[in-house]
Design a protein around this ligand. Structure first.
Ligand code: NAD
Length: 351
C-alpha cells in the first residue's frame, strides 16, 4: 500500500471549499495544506478541517516538502503562472477550469509536466459526471445515429465576477462536454458577447461551433437569466437526447424521434423521397449517480500515483481554451467566424 497523496489546496473560496471536502473524504489522499491570502477563508478552512498547514502565499505552499500535489482553485487569470510554478516545484497539479487564458500557455504547461513526469489535470468536472459519460457511450455506440447538431444552455442569475466574463466562467464546462461528445475540435467558432450590466465583464455569450462533417454546436452562457438552466440537447439522425444537470431524478432522456426518409416520390424528380416524422417513446436510462467532483479527485489521485495521463489532461484543457480563445477573437470582430488553432501535435490528425 503506497502512502497517501498529500494535497495542498490554493484558494479556499466557493469552489475551493468543495474541493477541500472531497479531498478529505477521498481515500488515498490527505489535505496537507491550504493557502489563501484572505484571512477569513484561512480561518474557515482551519475550523472545518484539521489542516496541518495554513499559508498566506503560494510560495510557502510550493516550498512545503510535505505537499506532493497542488490543486489551484484561484482566479482564472492566475492559473498559468501558478501552475507553472507548481510544476517547477515538482508538484502534480490539478488546475480549475480554465487551465489558462491562452492555448499556447496550456501547451507550455503540458510540455513541462511531460518533461518532469508530473500529472497535469484540468478541472473539467462535467466529464466525470455519470449522465455525461452515459450520453457519450450512447453516442459512441451509435445509439443516436449520426450527430447533426447540439446546443447547450448554462444560465442563472449571478454570480457576477469582475475578473471573468460569463463566457470564460461558464462556457468552459459546455465546451468541454461538447468536445468530449463529438470527439473533435470545431473547425470554426463565431461568438458574440454583451456587457449589459454596468460592469466591465460581459454577462452573456452566444457561441456557435462548426465541426468537421458540418456538425453544428451552439452554446448560450449567461449570468443574467431568471432561471437556473443547465441543459444540453443532442440531435442525431436516429434519436435525440436531452441532458439536464438540474434534474437529479432523470438527468438524461433519450427520445425516439426523428425524420425518416420514406418512399421515393414518383413525380418529384430523381432521388426525391418523402420525409416522415417519427415520434416514438422517451426513455430515461438508469444512471448510478455519484458526485462528479469526487470522481474527479479520485481520478487525479490515481493518475498522480500511477503516472497515467488523466482524461482531462493538459491537452484537453488546451483544446477548451483554444475554442474560447477563438470565440474571444470572433466576438471582438462582431462574430466573424474564426478558425480554432489546433495543437501542433494534432496537425497530422487534422490534415
Ligand atoms: N469545476 C467547477 O465546476 C467550478 C465551479 C466554480 C468555480 N470553478 C473555478 O474555481 C476557481 C475559483 O472560483 P471560485 O468560484 O471558488 O472563486 P472565489 O472567488 O470564491 O475563490 C477564489 C479564492 O482564491 C483566493 N486567492 C486569490 N488569489 C490567490 C492566490 N494567489 N493564492 C491562493 N489563493 C488565492 C481568494 O482569496 C479566494 O478565496 C476558478 O478558476 C473557477 O473557474 C470551477
Amino acid at each position: 500500500v503506497s502512502s497517501p497523496l498529500r494535497i495542498g489546496l490554493a484558494g479556499f473560496g466557493y469552489w475551493g471549499s468543495k474541493l477541500a471536502r472531497n479531498v478529505v473524504e477521498t481515500p488515498g489522499c490527505t489535505l496537507a495544506a491550504v493557502c489563501d491570502p484572505d484571512e477569513g477563508r484561512r480561518r474557515t478552512a482551519g475550523n472545518q478541517y484539521a489542516v496541518p498547514a495554513l499559508y498566506t502565499g503560494l510560495d510557502q505552499l510550493l516550498g512545503d516538502p510535505h505537499v506532493d500535489a497542488v490543486i489551484l482553485a484561484t482566479p482564472a487569470h492566475e492559473h498559468f503562472a501558478q501552475a507553472r510554478a507548481a510544476l517547477f516545484a515538482g508538484k502534480h497539479v490539478l488546475v480549475e477550469k480554465p487551465l489558462a487564458m491562452r492555448a499556447d500557455q496550456c501547451e507550455e504547461l503540458d510540455a513541462i509536466a511531460s518533461e518532469r513526469a508530473l500529472t497535469l489535470m484540468t478541472g473539467h468536472t462535467f466529464l466525470y459526471s455519470p449522465p455525461v459519460r452515459a450520453l457519450r457511450e450512447l453516442i459512441v455506440s451509435g445509439g443516436l445515429g449520426e450527430i447533426l447538431y447540439c446546443y447547450g444552455q448554462r444560465l442563472n442569475l449571478g454570480a457576477i465576477r469582475d475578473d471573468t466574463s460569463a463566457m470564460w466562467d461558464l462556457a468552459p464546462h459546455d465546451v468541454s462536454i461538447v468536445l468530449y461528445l463529438i470527439g473533435d475540435l470545431p473547425l470554426m467558432v463565431s461568438a458574440q458577447q454583451y456587457a449589459l450590466l454596468d460592469e466591465p465583464q460581459e454577462d452573456i455569450a452566444f457561441l456557435s461551433m462548426i465541426f468537421r462533417g458540418g456538425v453544428v454546436g451552439h452554446l448560450h452562457a449567461s449570468r443574467l437569466d431568471p432561471r437556473k438552466v443547465r441543459q444540453l440537447t443532442v440531435v442525431g439522425d436516429r434519436k435525440m437526447a436531452v441532458y439536464d444537470d438540474t434534474d437529479a431524478e432523470l438527468p438524461l432522456r433519450v427520445y425516439d424521434k426523428g425524420i425518416d426518409v420514406g418512399d421515393e416520390l414518383p413525380d418529384a424528380g430523381f432521388g426525391a423521397h418523402r420525409l416522415d416524422v417519427r415520434t416514438g417513446d422517451m426513455v430515461a436510462p438508469k444512471i448510478a449517480m455519484r458526485e462528479p467532483l469526487r470522481l474527479e479527485i479520485e481520478h487525479f489521485v490515481e493518475a498522480a500515483r500511477e503516472g497515467f495521463r488523466p482524461l482531462t489532461d493538459g491537452r484537453n484543457g488546451r483544446d477548451v481554451v483554444a475554442v474560447l480563445e477563438a470565440a474571444q477573437s470572433s466576438s471582438a470582430l462582431g462574430g466573424v467566424p474564426t478558425q480554432v488553432r489546433r495543437d501542433s501535435r494534432d496537425q497530422r490528425a487534422a490534415a
